[in-house]
Design a protein around this ligand. Structure first.
Ligand code: FES
Ligand code: FES
Length: 141
């Protein structure tokens, strides 16, 4: 059926040709790094964003995932999704959106959770390095 076919197509496409694999210099002031693990299985994802300080938009993004195919596909899809977004927009991405786009089965929802956790962690690392970029309503959180 169609759902099953699109699951295979989208996941396999991102798994076979993952977008934006790589790393950035984590000490660069305009780079935020997120490193997260999935307690359920031990898989690990590193996601890095480069932020344009003029408009707080993500100008570049790279990931490395040591994990299952769904985790790799989730992170690959996430990198395409967040490029060009403001940090505020990217921080609102829910794993359910990723799981839905890739048609992940429920048992694989924690794989997409890894991607949500990774972007949140990268954003918070960027704010730690660049406190003035943090929206004022989030100050102190
Ligand atoms: Fe096997 Fe994550 S549990 S790859
Ligand atoms: Fe654990 Fe996919 S099985 S991240």
């Amino acid at each position: 059926n169609a759902t099953r076919r699109s699951y295979h197509e989208k996941v396999l496409d991102h798994y076979n040709r993952p977008r934006n694999v790589g790393s950035m210099q984590k000490n660069d002031a305009d780079v935020g790094t997120g490193l997260v693990g999935a307690p359920a299985c031990g898989d690990v994802m590193k996601l890095q964003i480069r932020v344009d300080p003029n408009d707080n938009r993500i100008s570049d993004v790279k990931f490395k995932t040591f994990g299952c195919g769904s985790a790799i596909a989730s992170s690959s899809y996430l990198t395409e999704l967040v490029r060009g977004m403001t940090l505020e927009e990217a921080g609102k991405i829910k794993n359910t959106e990723i799981a839905k786009e890739l048609c992940l089965p429920p048992v694989k929802s924690h794989c997409s959770m890894l991607a949500e956790d990774a972007i949140k962690s990268a954003i918070s690392n960027y704010y730690t390095k660049n406190p003035l970029a943090r929206p004022s309503d989030l100050a102190g959180t």
